[in-house]
Design a protein around this ligand. Structure first.
Ligand code: SF4
Length: 308
């Protein structure tokens, strides 16, 4: 890691009154530089509470958009404007309007991995950390439409016993983790606890001991007596796990579970973002106002580890 880039970022961060937020899937050097690392829910809560004037969001576009919606008076910078989320782009607002027309009266829950326009069309947002609690809190006599991740939706339906209308979206990085990967890792490390993310396929979740968001994985390991974990999510989380609990061993379920969009953020790009105050993420006021209502409910259903 270049010390001079880190020093320049620190100096500019103070001068700009900026806070750097980084997702758990970010490259290690970006996580190390951040003021706060976390999952989508933890980062949304941090963004909504910060006193900083500028938020540098080291993650993908929908995360920076979420921060911009929750903090309309702050400047939100995304260090690489090409860092998108293929899953978020798997449903458009027009497609969601069509789906709503097919299910009149249904409550629409959208995973935070969605565009601002889709959030604005939804009744409430959720993250992988609180989807189950959030759906449990909804009236039992109402149909629920869940977009865009069919795997998180399926998992939420299993856990709540609710019959959700799903959209066929998925995460390209998480579906690369296969049943064979988990079986091979278990055969090699029979004593290891298998933790997988709910964006993994049903077959992979079925082989796991725990299905957890990244924030929940960190908390679970902190409280567990086990010393070896097979980790079924994007490999960036291994850095956070090793940093927090270096005494345990972490085995990635698959080396292919890499999100190329998350890895677009580099220290140089963080520095350029602070130097040029670019690229600013803004959301049209009417869409932001509608999307904010959906996000408010999401940040209310906060598990204790994310309260910060
Ligand atoms: S890991 Fe998957 S869901 Fe997360 S940003 Fe990357 S593509 Fe999107």
């Amino acid at each position: 890691m270049s010390r001079s880039v880190v020093d320049k970022i620190s100096e500019l961060r103070a001068r700009r009154k900026a806070v750097v937020l980084a997702h758990n899937y970010q490259p290690p050097e970006v996580q190390d530089l951040a003021d706060f690392c976390g999952d989508s829910l933890g980062l949304s809560v941090q963004a909504s509470r910060t006193q900083a004037e500028v938020i540098v969001f080291c993650g993908v576009r929908f995360m920076a958009e979420t921060a911009a919606i929750l903090c309309p008076d702050k400047v939100v910078l995304l260090p690489d404007p090409e860092a998108g989320c293929p899953m978020a782009d798997m449903i458009t607002a027009a497609q969601l309007r069509q789906l709503k027309a097919q299910h009149p009266g249904a409550i629409v829950v959208c995973y935070v991995n969605s565009t601002a326009e889709v959030k604005a069309e939804s009744d409430t947002c959720c993250t992988s950390a609180n989807a189950v609690d959030l759906v449990r809190s909804l009236p039992k006599d109402r149909q629920i439409v869940f977009v865009p991740d069919q795997n998180l939706g399926q998992y939420t339906a299993e856990q709540t016993g609710r019959d959700l209308v799903l959209w066929p979206g998925y995460c390209r990085s998480h579906v690369l983790i296969t049943e064979d990967d988990i079986r091979a890792a278990k055969a090699r490390y029979p004593d290891a606890v298998v933790m997988v993310h709910p964006e993994c396929t049903e077959a992979v979740r079925g082989l796991a001991d725990q299905v957890l968001s990244t924030g929940q994985m960190l908390r679970f390991v902190r409280q567990s007596k086990a010393k070896r974990f097979i980790v079924g999510t994007e490999i960036g989380i291994l850095h956070a796990l090793n940093k927090e609990n270096p005494d345990a061993q972490y085995i990635p379920a698959s080396d292919r579970a890499v999100c190329p969009n998350m890895k677009r953020i580099t220290l140089d790009k963080v520095l350029w973002a602070l130097e040029d105050m670019q690229v600013q993420v803004t959301i049209p006021k009417d869409i932001a106002a509608q999307a904010r209502k959906s996000l408010q409910r999401m940040t209310e259903v906060v598990p204790s580890y994310a309260k910060g």
